[in-house]
Design a protein around this ligand. Structure first.
Ligand SMILES: Cc1ncc(COP(=O)(O)O)c(C=O)c1O
Length: 434
C-alpha cells in the first residue's frame, strides 16, 4: 500500500487512516500535528527492506520528529536512532531505545554529553573534528571505556539541497576532509579510549538524486582502501540520511533507487552498513491541521487566509522556502493528486490565489504564498501535508504562542501524544525568578 494513502479523501472528507481529520480538529483543536502510525511503520519497513541486502541498521534521525510515542513506535519496529545532542539521547532512552543502536553525530558535543553517551554505551560516535576525537579519547580513557568511532567524512559534494540544509560541501562546518581524515585515523590508532571503526556521511536533506551519494561513496571507498593499507580496521559505513519524499504528490526516487545506486560501492567493502533516515520515515507520516481565523483582502489586490498555525508551528516555509501542499479538510471533489509550486490554477477545481499566513508579527510568517486554493471561509480547517519531519521539532514559543498539540492515529483509534501548551505552560519555567 502506498504509505501516503494513509491520508486520503473519502466522500469529500479528508481521513487519516480511518479517522476524519475534521473530527480530530474538532476534538483536539488546531493547530495540531496528526501522525499516522501505519504510515510510520510502513515507511520504516520500506527503507529497511530497501537496504536489507546489507542488513543495514536503520537509525531514525530523532531531530526530524522526536515525540516519545513516535520514537517508541519506531523502536518497537527495531529502529535504532541517530542523535545530535544529550537531549536527544535522553529522549531516545526514555522512549525505550536500545543504546547499542544509537549513533551520535554533531559538531559540538560537550564533555558532559560525551560522558553521558559513554555511560550509556552507545553504538557509535560520529566524530566531526580532531579536537572532538581528542576530547572523546581523554574522557573515555578516564572512564576506563573504549568507544567505537566513525569519522564523518566531508566529501565536498554538492547534494543539491537547500543551502541551509547542505552539509557535505567543503565550506560547511560538518565532517573532516579526506586527507585530514586519513591522517587522523592513523594517528588515533594509538589514542586510548577510541577505536576508529567507521566512516560516516551525511550530505544534506532532502536529496532528490542518487548521484551525490555515488560521488561521496567513491571518496569513502578510496579512503577506506587507503586506511586498510595502513592496517586500520574500518568495518562500518554510515550513509547518513537525506532520502527524499514528495512534497508535491508527484513521483520521487524511492529508497530502493538509493540502495541500487550505492550497491556497487558497498559490494566489495565488506562493511556493516548504517543509514540515518529522518524525513523519509516521518515527513509523509503527518499533517498539520489549522483553521482559518480571518479572510483578508487588501487595497493592493492581495488575499490572505489568516490561519491559527504560524511559522512558530511549522518553520520550514519561512526558513527554507519549503513547499507544502495545503488543502481544505472538507472538499467535495477531493484533492488534486499533484500540486506543483507556482501553479496559479488547478484543473478541475475552482480556486483563488491566496497567501496562507499565521498570526505571528513577521512578514516571513507564511505557510504558502500565492497559492491556488478552493475558496475557504472563516473557521474552515485546512491540512498542511507532509509536515511530520522538521515540523513540531522546529516549533517554538515565538510571540508567546503555545506549541501545538500532537495526535497519533492508529487505525480507527487516536490519542493525544502531546497536549497543546497552555498560556500557563509558557511562563511556568520562569516562575522561580519572580
Ligand atoms: C547526521 C544526520 N543524519 C541524518 C539526518 C536526517 O536527514 P533526513 O531527515 O533528510 O533523512 C540528518 C539531518 O539533518 C543529520 O544531520
Amino acid at each position: 500500500m502506498n504509505p501516503e494513502s494513509q491520508f486520503h479523501y473519502r466522500n469529500g472528507a479528508l481521513y487519516c487512516e480511518s479517522v476524519p481529520a475534521a473530527s480530530i480538529a474538532d476534538h483536539y483543536g488546531t493547530p495540531c500535528y496528526v501522525y499516522s502510525a501505519a504510515a510510520l511503520r510502513e515507511r520504516f519497513a520500506r527503507i529497511r527492506d530497501a537496504f536489507s541486502r546489507w542488513d543495514a541498521l536503520v537509525c531514525f534521525s530523532v531531530k526530524s520528529c522526536s515525540n516519545l510515542s513516535i520514537l517508541r513506535l519506531l523502536a518497537q519496529q527495531g529502529s535504532g536512532f541517530d542523535i545530535v545532542s544529550g537531549g536527544e539521547l535522553y529522549r531516545a532512552l526514555a522512549a525505550g531505545a536500545d543504546p547499542a543502536k544509537i549513533v551520535y553525530a554533531g559538531v559540538g558535543k560537550t564533555r558532559e554529553e560525551i560522558e553521558y553517551a559513554l555511560r550509556e554505551n552507545i553504538y557509535f560516535f560520529n566524530v566531526e573534528s580532531r579536537a572532538e576525537l581528542a576530547l572523546i579519547s581523554e574522557v573515555a580513557a578516564r572512564m576506563g571505556a573504549t568507544c567505537r568511532v566513525a569519522i564523518r567524512l566531508n566529501p565536498d559534494v554538492d547534494a543539491g539541497a537547500h543551502e541551509k540544509t547542505t552539509t557535505g560541501k567543503g565550506n560547511t562546518k560538518f565532517g573532516i576532509g579526506a586527507s585530514e581524515a586519513a591522517l587522523l585515523v592513523q594517528e588515533a590508532a594509538d589514542w586510548p579510549g577510541v577505536a576508529v571503526r567507521g566512516i560516516h556521511l551525511h550530505l544534506g536533506s532532502p536529496i532528490y538524486e542518487t548521484a551525490p551519494y555515488e560521488a561521496a561513496l567513491e571518496k569513502v571507498v578510496a579512503l577506506i582502501v587507503r586506511l586498510r593499507e595502513r592496517a586500520c580496521q574500518i568495518d562500518h559505513v554510515n550513509l547518513g540520511g537525506g532520502y527524499a519524499i514528495s512534497y508535491t504528490g508527484g513521483e520521487v526516487i524511492e529508497p530502493s533507487d538509493y540502495a541500487r545506486a550505492v550497491s556497487s560501492y558497498l559490494e566489495n567493502l565488506d562493511c556493516a552498513v548504517i543509514i540515518e533516515p529522518g524525513r523519509y520515515i516521518s515527513g509523509s507520516s503527518a499533517l498539520l491541521l489549522t483553521r482559518v481565523i480571518y479572510r483578508k483582502q487588501n487595497d493592493y489586490g492581495k488575499s490572505f487566509l489568516i490561519c491559527d498555525a504560524a511559522m512558530n508551528d511549522l518553520l520550514r516555509p519561512t526558513l527554507y522556502d519549503a513547499f507544502h501542499r495545503i488543502w481544505p479538510v472538507q472538499s467535495k471533489d477531493g484533492m488534486p493528486a499533484v500540486i506543483e509550486p507556482g501553479e496559479r490554477e488547478i484543473q478541475g477545481f475552482t480556486t483563488e490565489l491566496v497567501d496562507v499566513v499565521g498570526p505571528v508579527c513577521e512578514t516571513g510568517d507564511y505557510l504558502a504564498r500565492q497559492r491556488a486554493l478552493p475558496p475557504a471561509r472563516r473557521g474552515d480547517a485546512l491540512a498542511v501535508f507532509n509536515a511530520g519531519a522538521y515540523g513540531f521539532t522546529m516549533s517554538s514559543n515565538y510571540n508567546s504562542r503555545p506549541r501545538p498539540a500532537e495526535v497519533l492515529v492508529d487505525g480507527s483509534g487516536h490519542r493525544l501524544i502531546r497536549p497543546r501548551q497552555s498560556w500557563a505552560d509558557l511562563i511556568e519555567p520562569e516562575r522561580t525568578c519572580l
